[in-house]
Design a protein around this ligand. Structure first.
Ligand code: ASP
Length: 322
C-alpha cells in the first residue's frame, strides 16, 4: 500500500477559533488544529500554520502567499489540504484554482462552529478534507471545497447561509461529489478551465451591486479615481438602469474595464435585452460579461487577467470562459 503525503496549511477561521465564556467566538494565540492527530490509514501529514487569521483579514496577498507555498512544495506531496475561515473561503479557493495548474488535489475546508462549541463541525470537516485529498479520484479536478459531507468545485461554490453547517452550495453546477462513511463519489467532471500565472495582486477593483433606481453618481466618481477595473453585480441576466448605464459609459471612456455579473444567486449573465441599460447595449459599449461566476470571483478573475496584461479582446474571452 503506497503512503500518500499530504501537506496541510492552516490559515485560521472558525475551524481554529473557540468560544469564550460569553459565547463570543475568538482567535486564540495558537491554532488548536496543529496538535490534532488525525488517523487516516496510509496518509502521512506535514502540518504548517501559515496564518492564524479570520478570513475577513485574508486578501489577495495572502492568497498569493498560499499559492507560492504550494508551488514551492514542487510536487513533493500527493495532495494539499487548506483550512480557512468560511467567509472568504470561496475567494481563496477560486484564486488558487485560477492560478495553479497541478494534478494533485487541493482541498479547502472550514467550520461553522468553533472548536469548543456543541456540535462543532471542524474536526469532522478536516477529516473529510484529508480523505478527499488522499483519494485518487480527486486528482485533476482543480481546487475542491469539502464541508458537511459534500464536495464542491472552487469555480462554482459559494457560501449560501450565515450560520448553517450546510452553508456551501454550487447553485449553477450542483454538488460535485459526496463523502459517505466508506466512499468518495464524484458525479461529474468539470469543463476545462484556463489557468494563468499571477505575480502581482495590488489592483484596485471595486464590486458594486445594482438596484432599482440606481444612479450613475458613484460610477462617475469612480471613473475619476485611480481604479484599475470595476465589477458590477447587475440586474437579472445583466442589465442596469439608464442612469447606471450612463455611469458605466464614463468608466469605459477612461479605458477602465467593466465586468458584469448577475446579482441573482443562480444562473448565467449574458446580453439579452436591447434597450438603454440592457445587456446587449452594455456589451456593445464594451462591457465584459463574466459567465457563471459571482462578483467576488469576477473581481479576482479580472485582477488575474489584468496582471497578465490581457488586451480588451483577450479579457472578454477569459472572463467569458466557464
Ligand atoms: N468569520 C469566520 C471566518 O471567516 C467565519 C468562519 O470561519 O466560518 O473567519
Amino acid at each position: 500500500m503506497t503512503i500518500k503525503k499530504i501537506l496541510v496549511l492552516h490559515t485560521g477561521g472558525t475551524i481554529s477559533m473557540h468560544e469564550d465564556q460569553d459565547g463570543d467566538v475568538e482567535t486564540g494565540l495558537n491554532n488548536p488544529l496543529i496538535d490534532v492527530k488525525m488517523a487516516i490509514p496510509n496518509v502521512d501529514l506535514t502540518v504548517e500554520s501559515i496564518f492564524n487569521l479570520p478570513s475577513e483579514h485574508i486578501g489577495p496577498e495572502h492568497m498569493l502567499q498560499l499559492q507560492r507555498r504550494i508551488l514551492a512544495a514542487d510536487n513533493a506531496f500527493d495532495g494539499v489540504v487548506i483550512t480557512h475561515g468560511t467567509d472568504t473561503l470561496e475567494e481563496t479557493s477560486f484564486f488558487l484554482d485560477s492560478t495553479l495548474s497541478v494534478d494533485f488535489p487541493i482541498v479547502m475546508t472550514g467550520a461553522m462552529r468553533s472548536s469548543n462549541e456543541l456540535g462543532s463541525d471542524g474536526l469532522y470537516n478536516y477529516h473529510s478534507a484529508l480523505r478527499v485529498a488522499a483519494n485518487e479520484a480527486s486528482r485533476n479536478r482543480g481546487v475542491l471545497v469539502v464541508m458537511n459531507d459534500e464536495i464542491h468545485a472552487a469555480r462554482f461554490v459559494t457560501k449560501t447561509h450565515t450560520t448553517n453547517v450546510a452553508t456551501f452550495g454550487s447553485p449553477i453546477s450542483g454538488t460535485m461529489g459526496l463523502l459517505t462513511k466508506r466512499q468518495i463519489i464524484f458525479f461529474y467532471d468539470l469543463p476545462k478551465r484556463r489557468v494563468l500565472p499571477v505575480a502581482h495582486v495590488q489592483k484596485s477593483i471595486p464590486v458594486l451591486k445594482a438596484y432599482a433606481g440606481m444612479d450613475g453618481q458613484l460610477l462617475e466618481l469612480l471613473a475619476a479615481s485611480n481604479i484599475d477595473g470595476m465589477v458590477i453585480e447587475a440586474l437579472g441576466a445583466g442589465n442596469l438602469s439608464k442612469e447606471a448605464a450612463t455611469g458605466v459609459g464614463y468608466l469605459l471612456s477612461r479605458n477602465i474595464p467593466v465586468v458584469i455579473v448577475s446579482r441573482s444567486f443562480n444562473g448565467v449573465a449574458e446580453p439579452v435585452y436591447d434597450y438603454l441599460g440592457g445587456g446587449v447595449q452594455l456589451e456593445r459599449e464594451g462591457v465584459i460579461f463574466a459567465t457563471s461566476i459571482n462578483g467576488q470571483k469576477a473581481r479576482l478573475k479580472l485582477l488575474i487577467g489584468l496582471d497578465n496584461q490581457l488586451n480588451t479582446h483577450e479579457l472578454h474571452d477569459y472572463l467569458h470562459q466557464l
